[in-house]
Design a protein around this ligand. Sequence first.
Ligand code: PMP
Length: 301
Amino acid sequence: MTEQLIYLNDRFVNKKDALVSVYDHGFLYGDGVFEGIRAYEGNVFRLDEHIDRLYDSAKSIMLSVPFTKEELSELTVETLKRNQLNDAYIRIVVSRGVGNLGLDPSSCRRPQVIIIAEQLSLFPKALYETGIEIVTVATRRNRSDVLSPKVKSLNYLNNILVRIEANLAGVSEALMLNDQGYVAEGSADNVFIIKNGEILTPPGYVGALEGITRNAVMEIASGLGFPVREQVFTRHDVYVADEMFLTGTAAEVISVVKVDGRTIGDGTPGELTKKLLKEFRKTVTTDGTKVYPAHDNTLPQ
Ligand code: PMP
């Protein structure tokens, strides 16, 4: 097995050589942005949307990505090719770069760009069949007017605090409320509930990342003729929902069957959730950017 290649600034390097300075402000201050992307059977699912979101995040924090969107997309595809990957999790990181110890980003001369593509360690298949249990945690979502959750920044402490609480509670994900007590999102997933056939998810302003999986699932749902809309809701609405699921690049569409000890629906993944997962998995191999274009979608020999 050849060593994994990582894109670092201007070249591909072996994993063991993919090292950055301790003076990088991404390390010192969490000053930077990132994306988590997935490739399915040689198709980078919604790569353009991920690249757009990365550039929006960067613009919001006045970080200039030293590539055009097209160049960064090509480098992402190239990272998959160099590692001979068809199915992968891809991480793009753009940090403020190396500066001095002060937090002022003007000491950082050049942003660092890192692209990592790895074989996926998938969520255990059984979880999609049983659904997961989650709890509401005390950690609240960053207020949108303080640090917008729409910015996918390297400052993930808010989410990490949620994950710590989830670990302490012995569950794999958790529900995060915003400062007003409305349901915002999970630590790394968007939240949906279904009530009387209607699919609801909190609007962005409540405090959630505009998930690319979330958008895809909303499109799939309306394409299938199911009413779907953004709606502010509380924990009570979650408790009395017929079905609940989370969406994310890693999680895909995963059913939630218990929240804070309350059983959702009949305690098994709901029919509509299962249908949406099935449709989602159909689209992920075609909706996006092909790693190996034209007819040959297989690994080179
Ligand atoms: N919310 C947060 C905080 C996340 O980190 C993620 C994962 N990127 C999501 C939601 C889901 O977004 P996506 O579907 O784009 O992966």
